[in-house]
Design a protein around this ligand. Structure first.
Ligand code: ZN
Length: 102
């Protein structure tokens, strides 16, 4: 997965298009991510004790990773991710806009 937890992404399709948010969870098997405040699903939570009111909580439903673009923390622009190798063959991500490691 190119996107990692705690990355900031821009939503590029769907009803939340144009919205930015932090990645809360990455699901590599499904190719999906959960983004803070995006694609919220309302859930009714039953009261825990009698006499308490039930609550409606909103949880982000995972979206397809192809629907987002990473926002580069270095240049602040939505970008594509590239990879480079260090001398020890370790792979790291670079921003295709500014070329800096992200
Ligand atoms: Zn950049």
């Amino acid at each position: 997965m190119k996107i990692k937890k705690d990355d900031t992404v821009l939503i590029i399709s769907g009803k939340d298009r144009g919205r930015k948010g932090k990645v809360l969870e990455v699901l590599p098997k499904e190719g999906k991510i959960s983004v803070e405040g995006v694609n919220l699903l309302k859930k009714h939570q039953k009261p825990k004790k009698s006499g308490e009111k039930g609550q409606i909580i909103q949880l982000p439903k995972p979206i397809d990773v192809s629907n987002v673009k990473l926002i580069c923390p270095k240049c602040g622009k939505p970008t594509r991710i590239g990879y480079k190798l260090r001398e020890n063959k370790e792979k790291y991500r670079i921003c295709k806009k500014c070329g800096q490691e992200i």
